[in-house]
Design a protein around this ligand. Structure first.
Ligand SMILES: NC(=O)c1ccc[n+]([C@@H]2O[C@H](COP(=O)([O-])OP(=O)(O)OC[C@H]3O[C@@H](n4cnc5c(N)ncnc54)[C@H](O)[C@@H]3O)[C@@H](O)[C@H]2O)c1
Length: 356
């Protein structure tokens, strides 16, 4: 079958190039027709790749052969570019965070409805294997009911320089990584509502934006999700840590190294004697007897495809009317509302009751 779709890329920095390289090497359902970027350096990178460089936004949007636009420019212009592209008759995939705030997203949603164009978002971390592994095990019953899910991404190199350090351009770790980690949890919890948000943010390096944050979300069922993103962690915490009624899941990193330790004893037996640790005597914190628990070693779920192909297949299936959209603006809106509540919580130093 010949290629029927032609994609234009707006914003050809690191992520625009990542899309380009993946699509031109590994993907046959569309052809990249060219790019537009306001930076000469980005245009040079496009020329080096042998792709066409459009001279202006109008130039790329008025190409009648292009039916798809990828918006991979900085966060501050996602809304304006997405709206302009849909008004020019193009279906749009936007990079995350979809917009700077929920008001902008409402405008996109209204435009998608009015123009009858497909609009989706590159919330590509739903297929990350560490996430799928955590979700499958948490939902399998192996540790009983999950009570607290902890999700962390931590580096030690500080914030990357450039627009990510500027509030006006949509910088900060909440909009950069928080958006992914919250999306994974809301996706996993399906329709269950978030009822409370509490967040602490730090600006260690750049005063304008959060370079570290600690977020706690409480779901309707009482399940607590802790999400932390940090840029000053020389020893990172595990990527995932789930405390369930009858066991614990720990996944250390993106390679999915990890284990489950779960209770297999029938009775709740306490020794009569106090246990002596280096920190003094204790019963509560005494280690479990080896025979009361089972350890399960975890490994990467190789059956899961984790690449941009998945996101583009979902996008094109919706464009071709073969399947409903998988990553919707409504889902992105829930993520956006949680992030907005997190900013309110951090600014006002209080927990925020929500119904998201
Ligand atoms: N989904 C993911 O996993 C993922 C990963 C990294 C970045 N991103 C997202 O991708 C987007 C780009 O990030 P990046 O790391 O490539 O940044 P970058 O700074 O490398 O590139 C951004 C590019 O956008 C261009 N640009 C800015 N305003 C423009 C405009 N009005 N018209 C055309 N081009 C414009 C800049 O000149 C620059 O070349 C961001 O929204 C970011 O959050 C997503």
């Amino acid at each position: 079958m010949g290629v029927t779709h032609k994609l234009g890329i707006i914003g050809f920095g690191g992520m625009g190039r990542n899309h380009f390289d993946h699509l031109t090497k590994n993907y046959s359902r569309l052809e990249v027709k060219g790019i537009f970027d306001i930076s000469p350096k980005a245009c040079d990178a496009a020329i080096a790749r042998g792709t066409h460089v459009y001279s202006s936004l109008d130039d790329i949007l008025s190409d009648p052969e292009i039916d798809l636009i990828l918006v991979s420019a900085t966060n501050d212009v996602h809304k304006a570019l997405s709206v302009a592209a849909m008004r020019a008759g193009k279906n749009v995939i936007s990079e995350k965070p979809v917009t700077m705030n929920s008001g902008e997203l409402e405008e996109i949603m209204a435009t998608a409805k009015e123009t009858e164009k497909v609009f989706t978002i590159d919330q590509n971390r739903r297929t990350n294997r560490d996430f799928v592994l955590m979700r499958r095990n948490a939902e399998s019953g192996i540790i009983g009911k999950p009570i607290v899910i902890e999700s962390r991404v931590e580096g030690s190199r500080g914030m990357p320089k450039g627009w990510r350090t500027l509030k006006e351009l949509g910088g900060g770790m909440m909009l950069d990584w928080g958006v992914h980690l919250i999306d994974q949890l809301l996706y996993m919890m399906c329709d269950e509502k978030v009822k409370e948000v509490y967040c602490k943010m730090l600006s260690l390096q750049y005063p304008e934006v959060d370079d570290n944050f600690h977020l706690m979300m409480t779901f309707e069922s009482g399940l607590i999700a802790i999400v932390e993103v940090g840029t000053n962690h020389y020893i990172p915490h595990p990527r995932w840590y789930v405390m369930g009624e009858k066991g614990t899941i720990q996944i250390d990193n993106w390679n999915c190294d990890g284990k489950i330790i779960r209770n297999i004893s029938k009775e709740d037996v306490w020794d009569e004697e106090i246990f002596y640790t280096k920190a003094g005597p204790t019963k509560t914190m005494a280690p479990r007897s080896a025979k009361s628990v089972e350890t399960v070693t975890l490994s990467c779920p190789e059956d899961v495809e984790d690449s941009l192909t998945v996101v583009y297949d979902q996008f094109l299936d919706a464009v071709e009317g073969k399947a409903p959209l998988t990553i919707t603006a409504e889902q992105a809106m829930r993520v956006m509302r949680v992030m907005e509540a997190a900013f309110v919580s951090a600014n006002e130093k209080r927990a925020v009751a929500v119904d998201i």
